[in-house]
Write a protein that binds this ligand. Structure first.
Ligand code: GLU
Length: 295
């Protein structure tokens, strides 16, 4: 099968993301031995958007532990990533940490006790530490663009605030949220950052424990069930790996014990997931026998 890099639509609801080249495609795979296999635009930084929600979840669990689950659930939503309907029915407690409302609640937990700038610095340093790359930075133009147009996220955050789910001023929490979504990383940097999830919480090269094996396993479980918005079931069916996508067209996928994989192609399918990213992961897992559900 040939990949045709002209499929899917680039996200336009954040105007700055509309500038992405829909013909771009990159992939990076880092195996258990630390070897990198990469192709295409694997060194081009792109807006990782919701993929940072995996890393903010990791940080928030490290900070407040299982108390986090009082403010956010762990069930797939079956709704679009920015839906407000479910949030009202469920009294301001978001379904999971990967839909926007859930990620805003997670960001709020990281922010508590800090200034927004400190919280953002903590998130950025964590990404740089995981990827072993201090050049990772926030794309300020994307952050500003989302801040200008993020009316739905403002609504979601105010709604949660009215139910007492957020502790901090809404604009502080959203400021941190918009900025961490605007981090730019390449496929290689992202695959580096995801290694601890593929290796029971450890950096496979140094052996350093980032989080406990149990926590890594649980984050992977949430990625599998909730990592692709209302396309999560289909991603599990086709690819069979825990993964998290972002509207910038990136996907981080984890083959437990085997590899950390990042793909990027900005054209999105109807659920907001990278069209070509998903197809390429499906081809890779099939070829390698990496699906967690068997060959
Ligand atoms: N920053 C984006 C938003 O809040 C993230 C969406 C995504 O990648 O799913 O709308």
């Amino acid at each position: 099968m040939r990949l045709r890099p002209d499929r899917g639509e680039v996200a336009t609801y954040i105007p700055e993301l509309a500038r992405a080249d829909r013909r771009a495609f990159g992939i990076a795979v880092i195996g258990a031995d630390g070897q990198l296999a990469a192709a295409g635009d694997s060194e081009t930084p792109f807006s990782v958007q919701s993929i940072t929600k995996v890393f903010t979840l990791t940080l928030a669990l490290g900070k407040i532990g299982d108390r986090l689950w009082k403010r956010v659930g762990r069930e797939p939503s079956g709704n679009p990533f920015n839906s407000i309907v479910q949030l009202e029915l469920e009294k301001g407690v978001p379904r999971n940490p990967f839909i926007n409302a859930g990620a805003i609640a997670v960001t709020d937990a990281i922010l508590s006790g800090h200034e927004p700038r400190e919280a953002l610095g903590e998130i950025l340093r964590f990404l740089q530490f995981l990827a072993e790359d201090s050049s990772i930075a926030i794309d300020e133009a994307v952050a500003a663009s989302e801040k200008r147009t993020g009316f739905r996220n403002v609504a979601l955050a105010n709604f949660m605030k009215s139910y007492g789910v957020l502790d901090n001023p809404v604009d502080y929490t959203l400021g941190v949220y918009f900025h961490h979504c605007a981090v730019a990383m390449s496929c290689r940097q992202l695959a580096m950052a995801g290694r601890y999830l593929a290796h029971s919480g450890r950096n496979p090269t140094t052996g350093l424990l980032v989080i406990s094996p149990e926590r890594a396993r649980r984050i992977n479980a949430i990625m599998l069930t909730c990592g692709h918005y209302d396309g999560s079931g289909d991603f599990a069916y086709r690819v069979g790996l825990p993964g998290k996508s972002g509207v910038g067209g990136g996907i981080l996928a984890v083959a437990p014990g085997k590899a950390s994989i990042a793909v990027w192609s900005p054209g999105l399918d109807a659920a907001g997931n990278s069209h070509l990213g998903r197809i390429s992961l499906e081809m890779l897992t099939k070829r390698m026998g990496w699906s967690i559900f068997g060959e």
